[in-house]
Design a protein. Structure first.
Length: 134
């Protein structure tokens, strides 16, 4: 199994959160898995981590539709943080709106981070691929 230093899951759905955590335990070794119910709290947590450790999470799982600060608002602020490291951001969504894919494609062009678009539910067969470092 591959070792990942840190993973962040941003999703307000407890079932999705539980499922991703269970699948991660089967695919990677990671002792630092943090989770947040919205983008605002996630940004605060990531900024605190940057202050204390100087590193962002290596992999982020990001839901689009959440209260307070949604996934797109989170992504807008996250890519503005001056990071030298590449982060893999896995968008996970139940959205079937084609406009969301267009927004995702625009974010891919605007950042050096690797951003993937994945539909819920995330399957066990996907986890190994979307937990590769950026």
């Amino acid at each position: 199994m591959r070792k990942i230093e840190s993973i962040c899951i941003i999703d307000d759905d407890s079932v999705t959160l539980f499922g991703i955590r269970k699948m991660l335990n089967l695919a990677v070794i990671c002792e630092d898995i943090s989770s947040y119910p919205n983008g605002k709290l996630a940004l605060e947590g990531i900024k605190k981590r940057l202050e204390e450790q100087g590193k962002a999470p290596e992999i982020i799982f990001l839901d689009i539709n959440m209260p307070i600060t949604d996934g797109w608002q989170f992504l807008e602020e996250f890519i503005a943080i001056p990071l030298a490291q590449n982060v893999r951001v896995n968008i996970i969504t139940s959205s079937i709106d084609p406009h969301d894919k267009t927004i995702w494609e625009n974010y891919q062009k605007r950042t050096h981070h690797v951003i993937t678009y994945n539909n819920k539910p995330i399957r066990k067969s996907q986890i190994a691929e979307i937990t590769k470092k950026a």
